[in-house]
Design a protein around this ligand. Structure first.
Ligand SMILES: Cc1cc2nc3c(=O)[nH]c(=O)nc-3n(C[C@H](O)[C@H](O)[C@H](O)COP(=O)(O)O)c2cc1C
Length: 193
């Protein structure tokens, strides 16, 4: 492999390859609200499984709803959901209900949270802990249920075909992924031959 020629720049660039989720929450009046959040990751849970880690800044309704109710759905955004994501992200709940476009909404299977019918992968989450940094709150959340597209039938926890999920990747712009490259170990095998 050739050495990459790099240059040092101002750390103002916070490039981070982010998965795109639309977060579904319950408003105080019983209605639902959705907003895109891409500061999403995962870490080890305390007992078993893993925590979804999600970070929100400011005083947006989604963040206030998560603080108040302690539950939400995280709906993975596939390419065909970009218009939904853009719409939910450009309108703030405090400016009115997000009902200028139509979309299907159901309720969670385990938690009482709104879920987006279009999503191919939905986490139903419950907040376990939160950490404040500046204007942001990072929530560590137990995943109480996963709803996955019926076309997926993974052999094990690593066997998720992202090409079925067709996720939108965000890093200042929207991107897509195209193909599966292989599994862990496939490439050190080929290096040795
Ligand atoms: C592509 C995209 C990614 C976003 N990611 C985040 C995020 O990770 N954290 C956050 O606090 N806000 C994020 N936002 C901003 C909120 O989605 C936006 O402020 C939204 O209007 C909030 O809706 P609400 O007022 O209904 O909560 C993102 C917006 C877009 C368009």
């Amino acid at each position: 492999m050739e050495k990459c020629k790099r240059k040092s720049v101002d750390p103002v660039y916070s490039m981070c390859v982010q998965p795109s989720f639309i977060i579904g929450t319950n408003n105080e009046d019983g209605s639902y609200n959705f907003a895109p959040i891409t500061w999403v990751s995962a870490t080890q849970g305390e007992d078993e499984g893993y925590f979804l880690v999600i970070s929100m800044f400011g005083t947006k309704m989604t963040k206030l709803n998560v603080i108040r109710t302690g539950v939400f759905s995280a709906n993975l955004v596939s390419k065909d959901m970009l218009s939904l994501m853009d719409y939910f992200g450009s309108k703030h709940a405090k400016d009115g209900k997000k009902d200028d476009i139509s979309y299907g909404v159901s309720r969670g299977e385990v938690l009482d949270v709104p879920t987006l019918d279009a999503s191919r992968w939905v986490y139903e989450c419950e907040v376990v802990r939160s950490v404040e940094t500046g204007d942001s709150t990072t929530f560590f959340c137990r995943i109480r249920n996963i709803q996955m597209d019926e076309r997926l039938s993974p052999k094990d926890i690593f066997d998720i075909d992202l090409s079925v999920l067709d996720p939108v990747i965000y890093s200042g712009k929207y991107h897509s992924i195209d193909k599966v490259l292989g599994s862990i170990g496939d490439f050190c095998k080929s290096d040795r031959t």
